[in-house]
Design a protein around this ligand. Structure first.
Ligand code: PDD
Length: 290
C-alpha cells in the first residue's frame, strides 16, 4: 500500500463537510488550481495537541488580509475543526494542513464578485525528525532567491519554493539556502539561523521572508538559554564562515545544517548552540504530554 493509499482513508474537511480524503473533490475552475490564489498553514500536533496554534491562526489572518481573501471561518471555528481532525486520526503526532482559496469562478485574473471561498483541511501522521537528522545534521546548497517579493504571505503559489527545493534535491542536499542581493533570506520551506561567536543571528523580518512561527519561538528559546540574539542582514560570506547554521520549520522542528555547498560549517558537526536550542524545543514538546 502506498503512502497515498494510506492517506486516502484519513478524514479531511472540505467546505463544511468531513469526509475521507479520497472522496474530497474540487472544481477544476477553483482559483487555487488555476491561479494559486489562496493561503495555507501547516501546524504540528504533538501528543494529539496542536503546537503554538494561536500564532498560526494569527499568521493565517494576516496572510488572508494581505490578499483581501475572505475566510468564512473564525478562530473559534478553526479550533473546533482542528480538534475534530486530530480526533479522527490514530496518530500521536500529526500535521494539520489547511488552505483557503478564492473559490470557483470563470477564469479571470480579477477577483470574482460572488465566489464562495474553498476551505480545505486535512491531517497526516507526523514522523518527527530522527537521530540521523538531529545528530548527523542536514546538507544544504546555496542559490539566488528567485521567488516573488511578497514571501511574507503564506501563499499556495509555491512554484518558486518547488524549484528551489528541486535544485537542492538534484544535488543530493536536504535544503537550499537562498540569498537576495547577496544577503541571506531563507530556505525553500524553512527559516535560517546563523551562529557566530556565540550569538544567534537571524535575517530581519520583511517582505523577503516568511515569518515562521518558529522565528518567535527560537527567539524565546535563545533568551531562556542565555544565548545572545541579533536580528540583522547577514551576508553570503558570513553564512559560509558561520560557526553553526540551522533551520526551522513546522515539518522539521529545528535541525542543524552541517555542510553547505559541500564544505563543512564550523566543525562539520551539530554545535553547542544547536544542542541548547534543541533541548528547549524538545522540552516544549514534552510539556504537551500529559
Ligand atoms: N513551510 N519560510 C518558508 C518559505 C516556509 O515555507 C516555512 C514553512 C517557513 C517556516 O515557518 P514555520 O516555522 O511557521 O513552519 C519559513 C511549511 C512547513 C510548509 O510549507 O510545509
Amino acid at each position: 500500500m502506498s503512502a497515498l493509499d494510506d492517506l486516502a482513508y484519513s478524514t479531511c474537511y472540505l467546505n463544511g463537510q468531513y469526509l475521507p480524503l479520497s472522496q474530497a473533490k474540487i472544481s477544476v475552475l477553483d482559483r487555487g488550481f488555476i491561479f494559486g490564489d489562496g493561503i495555507y498553514e501547516v501546524v504540528p500536533v504533538y501528543y494529539r495537541k496542536p503546537f503554538r496554534l494561536e500564532p498560526h491562526l494569527a499568521r493565517f489572518e494576516r496572510s488572508t488580509g494581505e490578499i483581501a481573501l475572505r475566510c468564512p471561518l473564525d478562530r473559534e471555528d478553526w479550533r473546533a475543526l482542528i480538534d475534530k481532525l486530530i480526533a479522527s486520526s490514530p496518530a500521536e503526532h500529526q500535521f494539520i494542513y489547511w488552505q483557503v482559496t478564492r473559490g470557483v469562478a470563470k477564469r479571470d485574473f480579477s477577483f470574482p464578485a460572488d465566489a464562495e471561498p474553498t476551505v480545505f483541511a486535512m491531517t497526516t501522521g507526523f514522523k518527527r525528525p530522527g537521530p540521523a537528522q538531529r545528530e548527523g545534521g542536514l546538507t544544504a546548497v546555496t542559490r539566488n532567491d528567485e521567488r516573488w517579493l511578497r514571501c511574507d504571505i503564506k501563499s499556495v503559489s509555491l512554484l518558486g519554493a518547488v524549484l528551489a527545493r528541486q535544485f537542492a534535491t538534484e544535488q543530493g542536499a536536504d535544503e537550499v539556502v537562498q540569498f537576495r542581493d547577496g544577503m541571506l533570506t531563507e530556505g525553500s520551506a524553512s527559516n535560517m539561523w546563523v551562529v557566530k561567536n556565540g550569538t544567534l543571528l537571524a535575517p530581519p523580518k520583511s517582505h523577503l521572508i516568511l515569518e515562521g512561527i518558529r522565528y518567535g519561538f527560537l527567539q524565546d528559546l535563545a533568551e531562556q538559554a542565555g544565548i545572545p540574539f541579533e536580528v540583522r542582514p547577514i551576508s553570503r560570506a558570513e553564512v559560509h564562515a558561520a560557526d553553526e547554521l540551522m533551520l526551522t520549520a513546522a515539518t522539521r522542528e529545528v535541525l542543524p545544517i552541517v555542510r553547505l555547498d559541500g564544505e563543512p560549517i564550523g566543525t562539520g558537526r551539530p554545535g553547542p548552540m544547536y544542542a541548547k536550542i534543541r533541548a528547549g524545543y524538545d522540552a516544549a514538546i514534552e510539556a504537551l504530554k500529559t
